[in-house]
Design a binder for this molecule. Structure first.
Ligand SMILES: Nc1ncnc2c1ncn2[C@@H]1O[C@H](COP(=O)(O)OP(=O)(O)OP(=O)(O)O)[C@@H](O)[C@H]1O
Ligand SMILES: [Mg+2]
Length: 284
C-alpha cells in the first residue's frame, strides 16, 4: 500500500463525541460514461440516526446506495460506512450492513422461513447462531403468521417486512433501504416505518432510507438530504429546512430550491416499481 492508499483507507474523522459517523460521504462522484449520476455529494449520518435521501426519479439515490453498499466503485470522492472505507475495506463494510434494494429481493418459490434461512447462510451468520437470529428477526418483524407461506403469495407489505427481516440477520450497524414503502397501502407503510423506528430504538441501528414520499420523510427522518440530478440541493432537519425556505412542507422546500414540483421531474420509472410490487404475487 502506498502513502496515498494508506491515507484513503484511514479512519474517517471523528464527530465531536469522538465516535466516527455511521456514514460519511465526501465529494462523491459516479459517472456512467457520459452520464453523471452523482455529481459530488457530501453528507454524514450519526450512529443511530434515521437519515433520508429524497429526490425525484433519476436523482442518483440508488446509485449512492450502491456505492455505500460496495456494489459499485465510485468514480471519485470518498465514502465510509461504519468507519470502513467502501473502496479499501469492502468486506468489513459488507459485514456491517444490511441492504434492502429497490427491487424485490426474496425468492418467491421459497417460503418466508426458507428465505430467512437462505439469507442467514449467505450473509455469513454462523450455523450455531442462525436459528436464534432467525427467531429474533421473526419476532422483530412479526412474521409468525406467514412463515410457511411461499413468498410469492405474500402481500407487498408482508414482503417488505420479510425483506427487512432478512437484512437484520447479520445484526447490521447500518441498514440501507431503497424505497421501502413504494407500492404499499397506508397501513402497510405505517407498519414498515413503525418497525424501523423500533429497530433504531432497540438495537441503535443507523438507517439510511430513500423515498420520493415527502410526507414520510418529514415524519420519520431525523435529518435528510434532498438530491436532484446528482446534487444535494438542501440538507438538514425537516423542520429547519421548511423554516429556512419559508415552506410548509418538504414538497415546498423542493419547489423553492429547484423551481420545479417534484412530480414534474419523474421519468415514469416509479410506476414500474409500483407495478412490480403489485404483481408480487407472480414472483418466482
Ligand atoms: N448502470 C447504469 N448505467 C447507466 N446509467 C445509469 C446506471 N444506473 C443508473 N444510471 C443513471 O443514473 C441516474 C441516476 O439513477 P438512480 O437509479 O441512481 O436514480 P434514483 O434517484 O434512484 O431514481 P429512482 O427514484 O427512479 O429510483 C439516472 O439518470 C440513471 O438513468
Ligand atoms: Mg432508485
Amino acid at each position: 500500500m502506498n502513502a496515498t492508499e494508506a491515507e484513503s483507507a484511514a479512519s474517517p474523522p471523528a464527530n465531536h463525541d469522538g465516535k466516527p459517523p455511521a456514514i460519511l460521504v465526501e465529494d462523491l462522484v459516479v459517472r456512467f460514461g457520459e452520464i453523471e449520476a452523482v455529481g459530488g455529494i457530501s453528507f454524514s449520518v450519526a450512529p443511530g440516526e434515521v437519515f433520508g435521501l429524497l429526490g425525484p426519479n433519476g436523482a442518483g439515490k440508488t446509485t449512492t446506495i450502491r456505492v455505500l453498499t460496495t456494489l459499485l466503485e465510485p468514480t471519485d470522492g470518498r465514502a465510509f460506512v461504519a468507519g470502513f472505507d467502501v473502496r479499501e475495506q469492502s468486506l468489513e463494510v459488507r459485514a456491517s450492513i444490511g441492504y434492502i434494494p429497490q427491487a424485490i429481493s426474496v425468492d418467491g418459490a421459497l417460503t418466508a422461513y426458507e428465505n430467512l434461512d437462505f439469507y442467514g447462510r449467505v450473509t455469513g451468520v454462523p450455523g450455531r447462531e442462525r436459528r436464534q437470529r432467525i427467531e429474533e428477526a421473526i419476532e422483530t418483524m412479526q412474521l409468525q403468521p406467514m412463515l410457511d407461506r411461499l413468498a410469492r403469495t405474500l402481500s407487498g407489505g408482508m414482503l417488505r417486512r420479510l425483506e427487512i427481516a432478512t437484512a437484520l440477520l447479520n445484526r447490521p450497524a447500518v441498514l440501507f433501504l431503497d424505497e421501502p414503502t413504494v407500492g404499499l397501502d397506508p397501513t402497510a407503510r405505517q407498519m414498515v416505518w413503525d418497525h424501523l423506528g423500533a429497530l433504531r430504538e432497540q438495537a441503535g441501528t443507523t438507517i439510511l432510507v430513500t423515498t420520493h414520499v415527502m410526507e414520510e420523510a418529514e415524519r420519520y427522518c431525523k435529518r435528510l438530504a434532498i438530491i436532484d440530478i446528482g446534487h444535494i440541493v438542501e440538507q438538514g432537519e425537516p423542520r429547519g429546512l421548511m423554516e429556512r425556505t419559508g415552506s410548509d412542507s418538504l414538497e415546498g422546500v423542493f419547489t423553492s430550491v429547484t423551481g420545479r414540483h417534484i412530480n414534474e421531474t419523474q421519468e415514469g420509472r416509479l410506476s414500474d416499481v409500483r407495478a412490480q410490487r403489485r404483481v408480487a404475487g407472480r414472483l418466482g
